[in-house]
Ligand binder design. Structure first.
Ligand code: 13P
Length: 254
């Protein structure tokens, strides 16, 4: 963690969840209430089909809601896409951009992610910008070079602690049960902190840098202790309220 930064734990449901999953969402909304919400911000990013109903569930609770992607344009002839303005209109507050699954499955480039981040800001959403190296890049010792490039080209000037959250997700740790050692995570997060402070000065010092990739209740505590880890982006373990709330509890220090 970083002193003076309130941690944030976000659940990315990916392409999982139909209406019956709303039971879990209701439990998360209830569990996210005081006193835990004073110590940690909690966000769920359900699939778009559940976005609006999710915000009605979270209304009057501290639970934040986000989308998993947006189009760069505000509207127009883009069949199947949704704009940041539509996400905002669903009363969501966050949007994940540049997740490695979007980069891989949809060929999204850093400049696409940059444009989507601008779209989030235009609509008044906080962008959760994902970066991370592949296993081959990690093995080749290129992780820092890859991350530096993604940071530089995915994040527009003007990023600050309110409009931007960075999520470091090593691609090889996503959904695999493998995680980097806390020492490796510490080194990478220090590298990322130095890079955002150099570029954004004060706001870079206050920006949250999340770790994501096989975060579970069992390993949350060791990651939480690592300096410059200001929360978690959780995939599979966010689908079950008990597991997700256990991770949130770890980050709350309660
Ligand atoms: P898992 O927690 O399932 O590894 O997924 C991580 C992730 O991609 C969150 O965005």
């Amino acid at each position: 963690m970083t002193p003076d930064i309130k941690p944030l734990v976000a659940g990315n449901w990916k392409m999982n969840g139909q209406r019956e999953q709303l039971d879990q969402l209701a439990l998360i909304a209830r569990g996210a209430s005081n006193p835990i919400s004073e110590k940690v911000d909690i966000v769920v990013c359900p699939p778009t089909t559940l976005l609006y109903v999710a915000t009605t569930f979270s209304e009057d609770t501290p639970l934040g809601v986000g989308a998993q992607d947006c189009h760069a344009q505000a509207g127009g002839a883009h069949t199947g896409d949704i704009s940041a303005e539509m996400i905002k209109d669903c009363m969501a507050q966050y949007c994940i951009v540049g997740h490695s699954e979007r980069r891989t499955d949809h060929g999204e480039s850093d400049s696409d992610v940059y444009q989507k981040t601008l779209a989030c800001w235009r609509a008044g959403l906080t962008a959760i910008i994902c970066i991370g190296e592949t296993e081959a890049e990690y093995d080749a010792g290129q992780a820092e070079a890859v991350l530096a490039r993604q940071l530089q080209h995915s994040i527009p000037d003007g990023a600050n602690e309110r409009n931007t959250i960075i999520a470091y997700e090593p691609v090889w740790a996503i959904g695999t049960g493998k995680t980097p050692s806390p020492e490796d995570v510490g080194n990478i997060h220090q590298f990322l902190r130095d890079a955002v402070v150099e570029r954004f000065q004060g706001p870079g010092e206050r920006m949250r840098i999340l770790y994501g990739g096989s975060v579970k209740p069992a390993n949350a505590a060791e990651m939480m202790k690592v300096s410059n880890v200001d929360g978690a982006l959780v995939g599979g373990a966010s689908l079950k309220a008990d597991d997700f709330l256990a991770i949130c509890a770890v980050y709350s220090g309660m």
